[in-house]
Design a protein around this ligand. Structure first.
Ligand code: DGT
Ligand code: CA
Ligand code: CA
Length: 516
């Protein structure tokens, strides 16, 4: 599928256009990129089936962009993009990954200091060359260095949402081999950690040579680190590493348990085994030399006196004690995890009103198709000018549109709610008047500016917003962006207590592109 490759190019073109301060076009390219990322159908197939016309029929893709897509499908290149790359030989993705660094700053840094990549940037910042540049200053320089440090720390890790579709594809490929009796992804992917170091597969087979041959020649593999009958290691184009281990059937459960981890969880389970006079490792559970369990994961946990905890919580953060209690039918056993089928609606959605990709009507129809019972529209408000934030008057207009749509959809047992995602200003007040908030079904508030406050001030700021009776939800309460920036300084315990007192919901931000 070339969808993602094309999306990445269009995001980059948008950045180039923004460097040159071209109006509107950057937005158009970003929308096209988003459309491609979320298409759910191979763009090449669409083109082969219906030609240029079919490509142009994709929402957010007009004639001009459709032609570029086709040029790429036919030649593997886009001239318009190539010309920009020649004009500005900068590593745009790498530089704009630095928090606070936008395309215009990249342009200035290249024009004045010939900065092309992260290495150049770090060197210049360390030498104190950035502070003197027009518009930059000492704080910017300090922030740049801090952000680079953060990027280095998360380097080499991948977002779960970015790699999960690929991992599932490979898992399915392995499953389809008749020689493969069992296969499962383990490690941090199975635990659904938000970022992934490498992917660990585990299989049972009687023909390891065949299976390893197949694994090491999967499309997209650029390097084979090692290839054996029990373990092979490879690297994919994007730099993602993958291991495949083959174990005998009688060890599959214990190997699954071991390689799912986490390491901390394993250390603790091994101690429990020892206390029972047992030895636990990836080959099985042993009493002396005799294997007493190991074929299934349930069996391994059972002999340790535990219920099998869901992989997502195996971090030795209390799940082991809960699993022990559960097996003894004591209170406070394992939690039931939220599953996709539990989700009845969505309360944080942006529409075309604030520059999003789709109209409220389109979103509502999709929500109904997904089986939702409600959809909350929560566009940005006026303080965020670049996000086309809505003011009180526009919120009222939007309310009328929502009333109209609800009337239209009333036979479907479905409701659109009107909220907004307002801004928490420096002192904790909200950028929308209470009288306007009152007319909404609910309101979300979030910090979108001035994120580098002291811990005390930031905590006070958020708590004051929670005390506003119309604010029911705080969005992204920690401000963290995976692989991009750390959380802001807040006293999370205090915020949680205030949330309980004011009955305010704290959003947990999920970043899964692939969640169908
Ligand atoms: P990652 O790859 O950094 O996202 O995280 P994991 O959890 O996938 O870690 P990885 O790939 O190094 O190892 C896979 C599993 O193998 C890990 O979850 C638990 C197990 N494991 C690795 N090293 C150790 C160890 O030193 N002791 C124990 N008990 N288990 C280990
Ligand atoms: Ca791993
Ligand atoms: Ca590994």
């Amino acid at each position: 599928m070339k969808n993602q490759e094309l999306a990445n190019i269009f995001y980059e073109i948008a950045d180039f256009l923004e460097m040159e301060e071209v109006a509107f076009k950057p937005q158009a390219y970003r929308k096209a990129a988003l459309a491609l990322e979320t298409l759910g159908e191979d763009i090449e197939e669409i083109y082969q089936r219906g030609g240029q016309k079919a490509v142009e029929e994709i929402p957010s893709i007009g004639k001009n962009i459709a032609e570029k897509i086709i040029e790429y499908l036919k030649t593997g290149k886009i001239k318009y993009y190539g010309d920009y790359k020649k004009k500005y030989p900068v590593n745009m993705a790498e530089l704009t990954a630095v928090e606070g660094l936008g395309p215009k700053m990249v342009r200035d840094l290249y024009a004045k200091l010939k900065i092309k990549n992260l290495k150049d940037l770090e060197k210049a910042a360390r030498a104190g060359k950035i502070r003197d540049l027009f518009n930059f200053g000492e704080t910017t320089e300090k922030n740049i260095l801090q952000s680079i440090k953060f990027l280095k720390r998360s380097k080499g890790r991948f977002l779960l949402g970015d790699i999960l579709p690929r991992v599932r594809e490979i898992e399915d490929n392995l499953k389809s081999l008749k020689e493969v009796e069992e296969v499962s992804v383990c490690g941090s992917v199975r635990r659904r950690k938000e970022t992934i170091g490498d992917v660990d597969f585990l299989a049972v087979t009687k023909s390891p040579d065949k299976v390893m041959d197949f694994f090491c020649s999967l499309p997209g593999i650029v390097k084979v680190w090692g290839k054996g009958r029990t373990k092979s290691s490879v690297r994919l184009t994007e730099g993602l590493g993958m291991d495949l281990r083959v174990v005998p059937r009688k060890s599959y459960g214990s190997a699954l348990q071991y390689f799912t981890g986490s390491k901390e969880h394993n250390i603790q389970t091994r101690k429990i085994a020892q206390a029972k006079g047992l030895k636990l490792n990836e080959y099985g559970v042993f009493r002396g030399k005799k294997q007493v369990a190991g074929k299934t994961e349930q069996e391994v946990y059972k002999i340790l006196g535990m219920e099998c905890p869901p992989p997502e919580i195996r971090e030795n953060r209390g799940e082991i004690e809960a699993a022990l209690r559960q097996a003894q039918s004591k209170p406070n056993g394992l939690p039931r995890l939220v599953e996709l089928k539990d989700i009845r609606g969505d309360l944080h959605c942006h529409s075309k009103w604030d520059g999003g990709a789709n109209s409220i009507s389109e979103m509502a129809k999709t929500a109904m198709k997904m089986g939702y019972q409600y959809l909350g529209i929560t566009d940005h408000t006026k303080f965020l000018k670049i996000e086309h934030g809505l003011d009180e008057k526009q919120l009222a207009q939007q309310g009328k549109e929502i009333d109209r749509l609800n009337f239209q959809f009333s036979i479907f047992n479905f409701q659109i709610l009107q909220g907004c995602e307002a801004n928490i200003l420096n002192n904790g007040s909200i950028d929308i008047k209470d009288e306007a908030l009152k007319k909404l079904d609910y309101a979300i508030a979030g910090v979108h500016s001035n994120m580098k406050m002291t811990k005390e001030k930031m905590t006070e700021r958020i708590i004051r917003a929670m005390k506003n009776p119309y604010i029911k939800i705080i969005s992204h309460p920690t401000g963290r962006i995976l692989k991009r920036r750390d959380e802001y300084q807040i006293d999370i315990d205090k915020v949680l207590r205030a949330a309980r007192e004011t009955k305010t919901i704290l959003e947990i931000t999920l970043f899964l592109k692939d969640w169908t």
